[in-house]
Design a protein around this ligand. Structure first.
Ligand code: SAM
Ligand code: SF4
Length: 329
């Protein structure tokens, strides 16, 4: 098992498949993009499947989520999913994506064994989408979402970040729309993980702001705490049910004490936290002939020292060197 000194057990693995992206969300990447990882530095498809096999067969990982950057840009994605779905024990497999290209690939991914997707969508207004992502792809995201639902990659969850002065008035409209379309909406507080270091606590849209805004139109009652487990989203029942809305208050109500995550970057570094400043190089071990048990031991060691919290409230907090797109959100 991947246990840390606080007794937490990591069973949920986030695998970043690429640091590249076809959008430039203002809270994530600068307009000009970033210097991408070089191809030889990326784990190969075989190396990724091997790491997932080690995690699931030797380390107790039961959930695997592929992310990035934009994971749909990884040419071997469907094959990776198929091979991970054939592992024994089989992990639950999901994908976090901006949805561009999902209209073409949703059915193949479902057939390959993908269980679910989370699609990021911050606005229903094409012009606001363009200002937030600096690209004109709103329609592609909407069609990707519908394709995921129709292919049975359900429940389809939507991740939304509200930005002051851009889309912070849209929460009720987004929720009404998500309910009508059969998607589960979750709002995520903006975190200091952008490459440009533009995050400011003052003025960020908090979970409390989101709830206040939603309550202008909906009746919200908190869901049973028991049902939350290690899930980062606190959920509210909308208008008596059955629909729910989630809020991930990573900044104002962090859930570090229940965290069950371990992360693998596209270049084979294990991270014990989004906000970690250290990483453990497993690619080096993979490529120098380490066997599965040796890699598992390195992974255990990497997780053992996980800190109690993100450190966001510490005056000495320093953003990690890698931005969100290169960590894998
Ligand atoms: N490109 C894919 C996508 O957008 O879904 C996967 C990677 S993206 C880094 C994963 C999630 O992180 C997205 O839902 C995105 O909205 C969120 N995200 C990115 N930067 C963030 C930030 N600074 N604060 C909070 N969430 C962020
Ligand atoms: Fe790309 Fe996702 Fe970052 Fe937006 S949030 S720039 S879609 S990696």
């Amino acid at each position: 098992m991947l246990v840390d000194t606080y007794g937490r057990v990591a069973t949920d693995l986030r695998v970043s498949l690429t640091d590249r992206c076809n959008l430039r969300c203002t809270y994530c990447m600068p307009e000009e993009g970033l210097k991408w990882l070089a191809k030889p530095d990326l784990l190969t498809d075989d190396e990724i499947v091997r790491m997932v096999r080690i995690a699931t067969s030797l380390l107790g990982v039961t959930e695997v989520r592929f992310t990035g950057g934009e994971p749909l840009l990884r040419p071997g994605l469907t094959g990776i999913v198929e091979r991970c779905a054939a592992l024994d024990p089989r992990p639950r497999l999901s994908l976090t994506t901006n949805g561009i290209g999902l209209a073409r690939t949703a059915t193949a991914l479902r057939t390959a064994g993908l269980d679910r997707v989370n699609v990021s969508l911050d606005t229903l207004r094409p012009e606001v989408f363009h200002r937030l992502t600096r690209r004109d792809r709103h329609r592609d995201v909407l069609s990707g979402l519908a394709a995921a639902r129709d292919a049975g990659l359900t429940p389809v969850k939507i991740n939304t970040v509200l930005m002051p002065g851009l889309n912070d008035d849209e929460a009720p409209e987004l929720l009404a729309w998500a309910i009508a379309e059969g998607y589960e909406l979750r709002f995520i507080e903006q975190m200091p993980l952008d490459a440009q270091h533009g995050w400011k606590r003052d003025g960020m849209i908090t979970a409390a702001d989101v709830l206040r805004s939603l309550r202008t139109r909906f009746d919200l009652t908190p869901e049973d705490r028991e049902r939350r487990g290690a899930a980062p989203a606190e959920r509210w029942v909308v208008d008596g049910g059955p629909h729910r809305v989630g809020v991930i208050a990573s900044v104002t109500r962090p859930f570090c004490a229940a965290c069950d995550r371990t992360r693998l970057t596209a270049d084979g570094q294990v991270r014990d936290c989004l906000f970690a400043r250290d990483e453990s190089d497993l690619r080096g071990a993979l490529r120098s002939g380490a066997d599965d048990q040796e890699i598992a031991a390195l992974w255990r060691r990497a997780m053992w020292g996980k800190k109690a919290g993100s450190g966001l409230d510490d005056p000495a907090f320093l953003q990690p060197d890698r931005p969100m797109s290169a960590i894998g959100g």
